[in-house]
Ligand binder design. Sequence first.
Ligand SMILES: Cc1cc2nc3c(=O)[nH]c(=O)nc-3n(C[C@H](O)[C@H](O)[C@H](O)COP(=O)(O)OP(=O)(O)OC[C@H]3O[C@@H](n4cnc5c(N)ncnc54)[C@H](O)[C@@H]3O)c2cc1C
Length: 455
Amino acid sequence: MNDFDLVILGAGSGGYAAALRGAQLGLSVALIEKEKLGGTCLHKGCIPTKALLHAGEIADNTKHAAEFGVKAQFISMDMLAVNAYKDGVVSKLHKGLQGLVKSRNINFIEGHGKLVGKNQVEVNGTVYTGKNIILATGSYPKTLPGLEIDGKQIVTSEEAMSFDYVPKSVIVLGGGVIGCEFASVWNSFGSEVTIIEGLPRLVALEDESSSKQLERAFRKRGINFEVGVKFASAAKDKKGVTITLENGAKHTADVLLVAVGRGPVSANLGYEDQGITMDRGYVMVDEKCRTNVPGIWAVGDLIPTLQLAHVGFAEGILVAEEIAGLNPRAINYDGVPRVTYSEPEVASVGLTTAVAKERGYDVVELTYDLAGNGKANILKTAGSIKLVAQKNGPVLGVHMVGSRVGELLAEGQLIYNWEADANDVASLIHAHPTLSEAMGEAHLALAGKPLHAHG
Ligand SMILES: Cc1cc2nc3c(=O)[nH]c(=O)nc-3n(C[C@H](O)[C@H](O)[C@H](O)COP(=O)(O)OP(=O)(O)OC[C@H]3O[C@@H](n4cnc5c(N)ncnc54)[C@H](O)[C@@H]3O)c2cc1C
């Protein structure tokens, strides 16, 4: 049987979430994948990079053990063992996901798929027909003109993830989320790291205050960076890669990581042939992820929304529920939590001060310094929680920097998405001593009744 309610092209976060939810709602589902179930996030993105970051955290803890009265000596990284640990995590999750897909009776079809009709996808000569088709082919790492990825000296995140050695020196081209996470990892592992960013600051989509704090923390860790300067050219020799910037400056390192963003995987897949509206390779959709062609939907990194795994999950679920007639609410993208998992972490939800002002809000701001938080002192981390709020109204944005602050974002997103105001949160009791207490303290201060803060 090759006829399904739902045919999904691509089994990454967006595609497999749609498959799991669709099957749960009683739809017959075909899920097509040319590589591995789980896609970028599981095999080349979120999970392996977070395992590397955790190995880096342990290296840093070892180096700083004496500050906590623990005698330990950092000798070196064993990259084969690091990769075995990382691959073990990925493989366990992969097996679990395979079991889940099987248990929901989803037809998993291996092979390269192409859209060959408005309701048809062809894989290895077989045509699968769907009452609905979901395009979820994801994204690939981009490079710049004149910058050829050789996989050894000039690499993307895909190769960088599985290095079997620690490079002595690395240039990271791009100071966005992926660039900053790798810079953090390699610094922890012992490389000399330099980030080059064309925009005026690191993690430029975050609130300006968060970028400033991350830059300060990176400087303290010995991570070099240049911002507001563009790449001009690169040359390789046996000693390494030398890049020249538009301002004439040159940097040389063993390895150049190109982390300049990700582009949609949509070329030669038949999308345009079926009349789907595209823009710069992205598939254009409405607020329910419908393309202009009835019965064809698109989710995840293939559409121009935030390139995050949990956004892919949410879009996949949204489409499955819409197809099943549940009429789900459209996604509020401002309410999506965002984390850069470097050391320190940068976490945010809602609007930055600049965007809130652009949208005409009468904005008030409150920054609670983690220096006043007991647990932050125990961890020896620095940072803050910044609240952006409407004057006498709800919290519009939560912006945090510090070790482990990504874990505080669960509360931040409830605050934002439930449109809580300072008093709503100030009345909630936070456990002492936790980092989450800082969230309570920030709202106490915003409500005009600071406890462990001046003012
Ligand atoms: C280094 C890195 C770190 C990241 N860290 C995080 C993080 O910490 N948190 C987070 O939320 N996000 C993170 N992301 C982003 C996250 O991985 C993506 O947003 C997410 O994977 C997008 O899901 P997707 O389903 O749209 O695409 P993908 O996961 O890319 O899946 C698309 C799938 O489609 C398949 N495919 C493509 N074309 C075809 C075809 N013609 N036929 C069959 N199959 C096809 C591909 O093989 C792939 O498996 C990270 C990304 C990278 C690169």
